[in-house]
Write a new protein. Structure first.
Length: 367
């Protein structure tokens, strides 16, 4: 674990420089390339004060910097314990380790990890048909399917666009929608849809936006949370059978996107920076045409570092809101928090505490 710790610390430092540079450039009306520092910066420019939460927000998020390609932990063999078979399993990315960790959700116990020679920098996951799980790898630009209870991949899709970030599966058709965060340099992102989880994919360019993990609803409509320097955060929809995305008018302001979900009734827009407080919020929306109506807003907090909670691509499962709080890093307590989806507040429980940071940028549940 020593190597992983060193790498995580180094990446944390790079994130500080890039995030400050990005925010300074944005304030000046300049759009810098992600992962680069176009503004000279030194720590004493902030004076003697610690980084405020608004800057710390971007330290481990690709909107602040692109994960360096030279941070590569050693490859690890994939495995699943026998007790994982037939159970509800939580899959969560551990990007600093280059694997996806698997937990028995009911008992909150570690039962395996997926890695092998396939994954390099896993980000988002999504549950597929018949209990399969798809994993989006940010660096390899692939989406990998693992069948139920399998530790070896059954299918690998080559993403024609770079920076594969998250995914969603249409439960009716098996179509796999993949979000590509951006295209490199100052270019925007895209969504690629693989019909029935196969083929080369159909590309939908979203050139003005950075794109977070998508979500299909029960009617085959696809929703993606986006961000741009000109318009700020927002929500787009690709209606079932549609040829292009349309903008959804939101009744709430998103502080910093975290990906979309479908909870079985509502489209859920997740916010990593609710009301500028560095707390997590889920906005439950009813969509009619191009207009969204807010049905409920739930705020999630934690105790590891003030009340801060930041989760990217959370899982919503049977009344639970589940995700890795990347804000626990200052306390060296990486957490996968399990909140009450309906009431929010502090977590009901958490697992995987007291470990080195894993950069958990995505999670899903398969059963």
């Amino acid at each position: 674990m020593t190597v992983v710790s060193d790498l995580s610390t180094a990446k944390y430092g790079l994130g500080v420089v890039a995030s400050v540079a990005l925010l300074v450039a944005c304030n000046a009306g300049v759009q810098p390339a992600l992962g680069t520092s176009s503004v000279a910066w030194s720590g004493d420019q902030l004076g003697s004060k610690a980084l405020p939460p608004s800057l710390a927000l971007r330290l481990t998020n690709p909107a602040g910097f692109a994960p360096p390609t030279f941070f590569h932990p050693g490859r690890r063999k994939s495995w699943l314990a026998p007790e994982a078979k037939g159970q509800a399993l939580l899959y969560t990315s551990a990007t600093a380790d280059g694997v996806v960790e698997v937990y028995l959700l009911k008992k909150e116990t570690f039962v395996g990890e997926l890695g092998s020679s396939v994954l390099r920098y896993p980000e988002g996951e999504c549950a597929g048909q018949r209990g399969s799980v798809w994993i989006a790898d940010y660096e390899e630009s692939i989406v990998v399917e693992y069948a139920r209870d399998a530790a070896s991949p059954t299918k690998i899709l080559n993403d024609p666009k770079p920076y594969t970030w998250g995914c969603s599966v249409d439960p009716a058709t098996g179509d796999v929608a993949v979000a590509n965060f951006y295209s490199g340099g100052s270019g925007g992102g895209s969504v690629v849809i693989f019909t029935k989880g196969s083929g080369s994919g159909t590309i939908y360019e979203l050139s003005s936006y950075y794109v977070w993990a998508p979500a299909y609803d029960n009617k085959g409509n696809l929703f993606v949370e986006v961000d741009s320097y000109s318009a700020g955060p927002g929500l787009l929809e690709l209606p079932k059978g549609g040829k292009s995305f349309m903008t959804i008018s939101l009744p709430v302001k998103i502080g910093f996107p975290a990906g979309a979900n479908w909870d079985g009734k509502y489209v859920v827009v997740n916010d990593q920076n609710y009301d500028g407080l560095d707390e997590q919020a889920a906005d439950l929306l009813s969509i009619s045409g191009s207009q969204a109506t807010l049905k409920r807003q739930v705020v999630y907090t934690d105790t590891c570092n003030s009340t801060y909670a930041q989760v990217t691509q959370p899982a919503i499962y049977k009344g639970q809101y589940i995700g890795g709080n990347i804000y626990c890093y200052p306390e060296s307590e990486f957490r996968i928090d399990i909140w009450s989806y309906a009431t929010g507040g502090n977590p009901l429980s958490y697992i995987n505490g007291d470990k080195y940071i894993d950069d958990s940028f995505g999670q899903t549940v398969s059963e």
